[in-house]
Ligand binder design. Structure first.
Ligand code: URA
Length: 192
């Protein structure tokens, strides 16, 4: 296993991550897609993995789910300059399938080091994969969304993935309920 502590800043982490070949996903995608937003941002959002548009453009959440996410973030008054967005896996799974457990495991040290270096005040897991990876493997998104816990010493919560909202409009209300709590939490530390 790579020693992640050797990457002391986000740029050196990115440079190494771009060269990663730890699982088979890299063979089937165009590029490693790591993030967008401000690495000094206090709110970190974690999705699943890049889709077709992300793979083409090299940035996370730029396709339809990303456009919806931006609307949600604006409605929740989370300013782009304080938000950092990434995914559990950094390479697009073929046909947008779910990343396999082994792929997630191989990619996890990158995400863990990203969290160390970004050091957000709050992490929002978008969808079950991020929530099960960072909160608990037993988490069920329908049952457990909106609950708060800790990842190391960071407050963390989970809500439905924006792509799920595009498939099922009924999920919009619970997601908005979750983001209202996130908005209020953010307001409390915004002025710090
Ligand atoms: N879905 C994700 O989980 N991440 C992206 O970057 C795009 C779609």
């Amino acid at each position: 296993m790579l020693d992640m502590l050797q990457y002391e800043d986000i740029d050196s982490l990115y440079a190494a991550n771009l060269e990663c070949r730890a699982c088979g996903l890299r063979q089937g995608c165009k590029q490693v897609v790591i993030s967008r937003g401000n690495p000094a941002g206090r709110v970190m959002l974690v999705g699943e993995g890049p889709g077709a548009q992300e793979d083409a453009q090299g940035k996370v959440f730029v396709g339809p789910a990303g456009q919806l996410l931006d609307k949600i973030l604006a409605a929740a008054e989370l300013p782009p300059e304080d938000v950092y967005i990434t995914n559990v896996v950094k390479c697009r799974p073929p046909g947008n399938r779910l990343p396999k457990a082994e792929e997630t495991k191989r990619c996890l040290p990158w995400l863990e080091r990203q969290i160390d270096l970004v050091a957000p005040k709050l992490i929002v897991c978008l969808g079950a994969l991020a929530a099960q990876t960072l909160i608990s493997p037993d988490l069920r998104i329908t049952r457990d969304r909106g609950r708060w816990s800790r990842y190391r010493d960071i407050d963390i919560t989970a809500t439905f993935h924006p792509a799920a909202l595009l498939r099922d409009a009924k999920l919009k209300r619970p997601v908005w309920e979750d983001f209202k709590v996130i908005r209020d939490y953010y307001k409390r530390f915004r002025e710090e």
